[in-house]
Design a protein around this ligand. Structure first.
Ligand SMILES: Nc1ncnc2c1ncn2[C@@H]1O[C@H](COP(=O)(O)OP(=O)(O)OP(=O)(O)O)[C@@H](O)[C@H]1O
Ligand SMILES: [Mg+2]
Length: 540
């Protein structure tokens, strides 16, 4: 990925006020600065320049390597480069610099190499020829960089080489690409030529190497323990939901975090275009779509639609679709109708537009299937005192196309959540199914919330650690809660009140009959106690 079809604008101290600077490597510095006249913030990649001699040395090393690499494919390429560098350059510092540039241009990402390296960036977008590359910075949001690709042919060949890195293909016949970069797992979307008026474009969506876990989201205030615990109970009981929001709002991140609650015995099928979902369970079949490049043919192509249909044959407890966009949504709803659990994300700015997308082409969900979707969670980027954050804005329970209830919402003034979760009708149905009262199941939600709150407060954020706690809870909730100092009362206050009521009624009845001995009364009390304890599923 070498060449000079791009320009890197130098940093002019007189025009800018520096907001922040940091080093990515010994040879790469990032400066984020505000223009003194326009006030606009800009991201500068400043790399130590190569002189003519150094450029020639690189050419020489690359010429030597071309011959060598072909002959010995399984050599460590970086080692080979270093060895050849030793032969042409004695100065260690210069050698390191040359190595940086060779790695950048031949193994790395050339002009945007530094952007790939910077962990503060979430998105890298090139919107065409002659316009600066933009990045989404965690702290400064969308900002312009000092990198501009100025040559059309260069940009095209750069995009082709990115596609090749992913083992994919992009050409005038197939000008749109959605792929995963192999070394980082970052997502690449690209277009060639006519699709966009400014010419070819690409966007790289960077993922954290370690996705956010549920306790991190709780600690950050994205979701609160009670909503998370509510979905824990719902996931355990195979209920269905969708996460909706704008592009990059954190839908997939939230989905992944909630999937930690999947019961280890459940059979899961996931369907995605690019691999993003991760599930702790071993009983999991991940499907990924495959594209074809044959003109006018779909032979060999495997679409989301095909794959969701295939999953049905696996009889999974849950079908999880990374993101629904087209006709595969219909298959997912049919599967949910026939009793499978289903979870997905969908791009929509609000509940109404989510419904519209579901009901209209290409998804075409018949209105009578909408109630098979139990819940919808809205996630969004929000600003909290000048900081960008993500928040679950609302949680909805869906009853039909035109009847849905808010179960929780985010209060932007206090940055807290307001709940009506215990009003959920689905909760009541799940409780019925489990032979419990709604109140009892709600207490269960509260207990799980306590556990999640404990984990978040104690900074237990490692994925594997959380999975251990969740599994331990599934195995033995009492022991797990005891270990964090939460004791489930042998019999709850509510149960005791209920018990008193039952006894009072029975006594009244018996007194009316006037034939209940003290012994009979005690037997009755213990029978009622046993019954209540059974219903509460608590230890005696
Ligand atoms: N709670 C969070 N805090 C900070 N960064 C987050 C959070 N959630 C997600 N992100 C980051 O935001 C980016 C987008 O997240 P994610 O892929 O989950 O969004 P999405 O809504 O699924 O996007 P898309 O519309 O492209 O599918 C990622 O880089 C991710 O690491
Ligand atoms: Mg997503």
């Amino acid at each position: 990925m070498s060449g000079n079809g791009h320009v890197i604008e130098p940093f002019n101290e007189k025009e800018y006020e520096i907001l922040e600077e940091y080093r990515l490597t010994e040879f790469t510095k990032i400066v984020i600065a505000r223009n003194l006249i326009s006030g606009a913030t800009k991201y500068f990649v400043l790399e130590e320049k190569l002189n003519r001699k150094e450029r020639e040395l690189i050419k020489e090393v690359m010429n030597r390597l071309r011959y060598l690499v072909i002959k010995s494919e399984d050599y460590d390429i970086e080692k080979l480069i270093k060895r050849e560098l030793m032969k042409v350059c004695k100065d260690k510092k210069v050698r390191q610099k040359l190595f940086y540039y060779i790695r950048r241009d031949y193994l790395g990402y050339g002009p945007i190499h530094a952007l790939i390296l910077d962990p503060n960036l979430e998105d890298i977008s090139c919107n065409g020829v002659g316009v600066p590359i933009y990045v989404w910075h965690r702290k400064y949001e969308s900002i312009e960089t000092n990198i501009v690709i100025k040559d059309l042919e260069y940009l095209k060949s750069y995009i082709r080489s990115l596609a090749a890195k992913c083992g994919k293909h992009i050409s005038s016949a197939f000008p749109v690409l959605d792929a995963t970069l192999p070394d980082t797992g970052y997502r690449l979307a690209a277009t060639l030529e006519d699709i966009s008026s400014r010419g070819p474009t690409f966007t790289i969506r960077k993922f954290r190497e370690r996705p956010f876990t549920i306790t991190e989201l709780i600690a950050d205030g994205v979701i609160d323990p009670l909503i998370a615990a509510f979905f824990w109970v719902m996931i355990e009981n195979k209920r269905t939901f969708m996460i909706f929001g704008a592009t990059g709002s954190g839908k997939t991140t939230l989905l992944n975090a909630l999937l930690t609650f999947i019961h280890p015995s459940m059979k899961i099928c996931t369907v995605e275009e690019t691999r993003e979902i991760n599930i702790p369970s071993k009983n999991w079949v991940p499907f990924v779509t495959r594209e074809t490049y044959a003109i006018g043919e779909r032979v060999g192509e495997v679409s989301l639609y095909d794959l969701v249909k295939v999953t049905l044959r696996y009889r999974p407890d849950y079908i999880i679709v990374g993101e629904v966009r087209g006709e595969e949504a219909y298959v997912l709803f049919q599967a949910m109708q026939s009793g499978h659990g289903g979870i997905s994300t969908i791009h929509a700015e609000n509940l109404e537009s989510m419904m519209n997308r579901l009901l209209n082409p290409p998804m075409n969900i018949p209105p009578q299937l909408i109630p098979t979707l139990n819940f919808a969670l809205h996630i969004s980027r929000v600003k909290i005192s000048n900081r960008v954050a993500r928040r679950v804005l609302s949680v909805w329970e869906i009853h039909s196309v035109d009847s849905f209830y808010k179960l929780a919402e985010w209060d932007p003034v206090n940055d807290t959540f307001i709940h009506y979760l215990n009003k959920s009708e689905v909760l009541e149905r799940v409780a019925e199914q489990l032979g419990q009262s709604k109140e009892e199941l709600w207490e269960e939600v509260e207990r799980r919330a306590e556990l999640l709150d404990y984990l978040a407060r104690n900074k237990i954020v490692e994925y594997n650690e959380i999975v251990k706690w969740v599994y331990s809870y599934y195995r033995d909730p009492h022991a797990t809660l005891r270990s964090i100092g939460v004791h489930i009362p042998k019999i709850s206050v509510r149960a005791l009140t209920e018990l008193d009521k039952v006894i009072a009624v029975s006594q009244e009845e018996e007194e009316l009959k006037g034939n209940m001995s003290e012994e009979e009364r005690r037997a009755l009390v213990s029978k009622v106690r046993r019954e209540i304890a059974r219903r509460l599923r608590v230890e005696r």
